[in-house]
Ligand binder design. Sequence first.
Ligand code: ZN
Length: 163
Amino acid sequence: MLGYSKNGKVLFCDLEDLELDDNPRKFAHGDYIYTRCPQCGGPSWFDVVKRMGRCFECEMIHRFHTKYRSLSDEEIYKDLGCENVVRKRQRQAAIPPEVFTPQPLGQLGRSYLASRGITPMTLANFPILYEAHYVNRDWICWLNVSGFYELRQIGGENHKWNP
Ligand SMILES: [Zn+2]
């Protein structure tokens, strides 16, 4: 059953009130699904993870009634007919996150630093650099004052990364 907030700016919905947009180009992706506005029938979006959406036409904000708070994101996607999103999320969850593991400087890192004019004596006096293989690239890295690693890609493409 539809219900408006006191100020009339939020429309509280049941799952069955959110009808998927039948335009195949508006297929669910990311956390978003595309729906028809329960108020005006216009195109709208809904973020399942945040449990909030909005109509592109009348700009009404859509939220679920509080009774849906106990449902998981997956249950909501399934009830809305978005099995594709559930399968994609399951595939992504099955891939373990890559672990960032700095190693002592090896030949690769030392050669690169030498090519940048950093001598073995400088490295010996400032033993703060490590190297790592991460996200399919090789990096020089060091701990910054905040306790996080800073990375610079070996090879001069000047990529930066914070794991
Ligand atoms: Zn609308």
